[in-house]
Design a protein around this ligand. Structure first.
Ligand code: NAP
Length: 269
């Protein structure tokens, strides 16, 4: 028996990076996967490469009407939704977003980032609950370690990811209080090598490699993570193996949040 056999899943931001790995893994483990994104070409070719277990639809998570449409389409086509992975997210470190520190970030840019990272998760939960509540379901929200610590150079990203952690718990408790069999949990990844990192790694292969090595020095496990590392966490939270788990946070960060800088250290050796 596969781990999510015959379940129906919707993955946002599923055309690249972590979302792509989640879509592939859920399909491999028996789910029918609705892959969604704004990158239509990549999404369509991903769904094609997965095969009959996957299909692709355009979904900009900031657009309420598009959420209504995709949920209605799933209802019409398969009649249920077992798994929602709210994965789509942006960090806003490309030049078109402008500075991201709390003193200089523009209100427009702040809103743009929150619209994708937070409003997208809010809308996903809001529209999935009515379809999930009859048969039960699992919502997995992708937050970040940046939702726990402050990030001076990515203020809107950090704020939005902190809000995702909290909203996850609210949704979990609301669904429990209502007697819906819907669980809602978040994953807090860090330093997973995906296209999201491109603006932070430099433009030449040499600069990129150098920067990756620099980042890896600060990670307890001494390497950046792979999208599949997060996908396995999502699979667990999406499957019935986690049937007693709701409102929790699963950190996938190579050990970064286990410690702190300026930790006490003996000088004697
Ligand atoms: P990624 O490689 O950039 O993939 C994210 C996907 O979401 C892209 O295809 C992106 O399209 C899409 N997207 C952007 N805006 C969207 C919208 N409005 N509606 C629907 N899809 C949209 O990023 P990733 O690293 O896989 O990140 C996935 C999630 O993990 C994000 O929520 C991110 O914040 C979180 N996360 C990642 C890391 C990490 O180290 N990689 C760490 C912590 C948390 P575009 O390419 O056009 O933007």
């Amino acid at each position: 028996m596969k781990r999510v056999q015959n379940k129906v899943a919707l993955v946002t931001g599923g055309a690249a990076g972590i979302g792509e790995s989640i879509a592939r893994l859920l399909a491999n483990e028996g789910a029918v996967v609705f892959v969604t994104d704004i990158l239509d070409k990549s999404g369509e070719s991903l769904a094609k490469s997965i095969g009959e277990k996957a299909c692709y639809y355009h979904l900009d998570v900031t657009q309420e009407n598009e959420w209504k449409d995709i949920i209605n389409l799933i209802k019409r086509q398969v009649g249920k939704l077992d798994i929602l992975v709210n994965n789509a997210g942006i960090i806003g470190l490309t030049s078109d977003f402008g500075p991201q520190d709390p003193e200089h970030v523009s209100l427009e840019s702040w809103h743009r980032i929150h619209a994708v990272n937070l409003d997208g998760v809010f809308l996903g939960c809001k529209y999935a609950i009515p379809l999930m509540k009859e048969g039960g379901g699992a919502i997995v929200n992708i937050s970040s370690r940046s939702g726990i610590v402050g990030v001076p150079g990515a203020a809107a990203y950090a704020s939005s990811k902190a809000a995702v952690r909290n909203h996850t718990k609210t949704v979990a408790l609301y669904c429990a209080n209502q007697g819906y069999n819907i669980r809602c949990n978040s994953i807090l990844p860090a330093t997973i090598l995906t296209p999201l990192w491109n603006p932070m790694l430099g433009s030449t292969p040499e600069a990129r490699q150098k920067m990756i090595e620099k980042i890896e020095q600060d990670i307890p496990l001494k390497k950046m993570g792979e999208p599949m590392d997060v996908a396995y966490a999502a699979l667990y939270l999406a499957s019935d193996e986690s049937k007693y788990v709701t409102g929790t946070e699963l950190i996938v960060d190579g050990g970064i949040l286990a410690g702190s800088t300026a930790a006490p250290r003996s000088q004697s050796k």
